[in-house]
Design a protein around this ligand. Sequence first.
Ligand code: C2E
Ligand code: CA
Ligand code: CA
Length: 601
Amino acid sequence: MIVLSVFPGLAYVLLSWLHGIHLKAVIWYFAVLAVSFYGYLIHRQYRTQQLSSAQLKVWYKNLSLFYYVFCLLWLVIFLLFISEDEYDLHYIAIFTEIGASVVASVLLVPDKRLFKPTVIVLMLPLAVYFFFMGGWVGYVLSVFACIFTWVLIYAAESSHKLLIQTNFQANHDFLTGLKNRYYFIGYLQTLMVTLQRSQKCSYLLLIDLDHFKTINDSLGHDVGDHLLQEVSSRIDKQKDEGGLLARLGGDEFVVVGREYENKSECRIKAVAKAKNILTSLKESYNVDLHSLYISASIGVSLIDGKNNDANRLIKEADIAMYEAKAKGRDGIIVFDDAMQKRVEHNLEIEQLLHFALDNDELTLNYQPQLDSGGNIVGAETLARWDNNKLGSVSPDKFIPIAEQTGSIIKIGYFIMETAFRTLSEWEKQGIDVQQFSINVSMRQFFYYNFIDDVFTLCNKYLSEETRKKVVFEVTESIIAEDVDKVVRIMERIKSLGIRFSMDDFGTGYSSLSYMKRLPIDEIKIDRSFVSELNEESTDQVMVRSILYMAKHFNLKVVAEGVETQEQFDILRNDNCDLYQGYHFSRPLVFDDFVAFYKNNR
Ligand code: C2E
Ligand code: CA
Ligand code: CA
């Protein structure tokens, strides 16, 4: 608009000079320049500054003022030219007015309050001008001017409607009519600037439904969709006045609260709000003749002046939400400093783990497994990571991270290769174990090349006979996957002679039905049961029934975490097959294992 005025404006000055009215025209032109400069400043302010919501309102007022004044300036040149006797100037004036109206009706389309008055203010004087011109031509032109005004406004309104509609679609979620992720990010960014200025605080709740996928899969997407609509309307009723509810996608919603004076108040309000939402979500739903029940996990993060990255804030709420899921779902967790530290620590682990293999920082330990006579008959390989900066990191810590980041594929391959090499080396040194267990993580197990890797490494390091000693330990979480697929993979690997063991038995999904379906050979009673074992504990009943069941299914049983003679005696009494634990030996490095074995014999 400025460009459309500043350069053509010069032509008007020239014309005025030719007709001896240049003084007025020059003053007019300076006004155009001044207003243009003002317009440029407004434009720049938006481009270079982050504005809070209050500032945005003021900014928009200034912008509207700029448009009104700017259009009025073109009315001024019209009035100036028609006040002259020269008809040439009148023609220019008429065309100018029409041109300015068209420009206004096109450029100011986003706001009715802008384009309607401007077009009318620009066109009405023209109609009046024609009217006073007199004669039939004058009256006809006057009517034409009115019709033209109407056409311009009608066209602008249609475009306006379309624009609003497109804008609505870009900012809203189709299914629930709530604001979408795109809108939410922008909203959050502005909110953070506002809070930075006001030094106030607000909160963000990330709500994720528990097991929504199951409903979707079992009852169909229609039911899932209706449920989501009902869920969104329930949350909507709970949210703060002046707050925001948006759907991020799938079964994930966010709620942003209103502004609070201080952080502790905000935190209390956030948790209370989350509780209310959770309670209302847990009331039963009637969807298409199904009576449904669903819970949610909610992550809370607090937004204050210090935080200015929307994505980071969402990430924090996400971490808190996953923590709530990990703690058994149906709960609320607030992201706090401790969590922040943990996240940073995990990030450091993640980065350093990346180089662990190249830097030779990973090694294996071997923990002996004994029979009831106290003879070493097996071993379990356990990974160890020693890092310059972090010291020795427990596999309980780095294995899950490796799983998340995918580096478990390379690490798992390394572990398998090292373990196979150890096994063949032991054979050369006369160490004869019946079984040799290697932990296989879930992601590694489902890796597309896993079977090939196992075949390749077997062929490289192990004879046909030696392979039969290898046992892969998998955890019960494997059951959560497609069982047929699990069985297919296991069968392929079993064709090599390798056996499978169910690790940490009793802690997860343990169910008899999958025990029948999976071709496993052994179970390992989780050490949490073993550690509780004494004469009068109930876990003795638990362990006894596991043993009984295992015998029924023809499975070998290893008890892990045996720490005392008493535990050993109880297990032995119940005919457990193998024993592993600190009572016999801690996990040992290669040489120590060899020495321990020879000593045992
Ligand atoms: P897990 O497979 O259940 O391994 C047994 C864990 O119990 C080992 O911890 C072992 O050191 C410990 N342990 C053995 N006997 C006793 C005892 O008498 N008392 C107590 N309190 N603990 C005992 P570690 O080595 O820290 O490994 C932790 C977990 O990390 C393992 O649990 C396994 O899930 C995972 N892990 C370790 N190495 C590997 C590996 O090479 N690959 C994969 N995928 N996971 C591994
Ligand atoms: Ca294990
Ligand atoms: Ca275990």
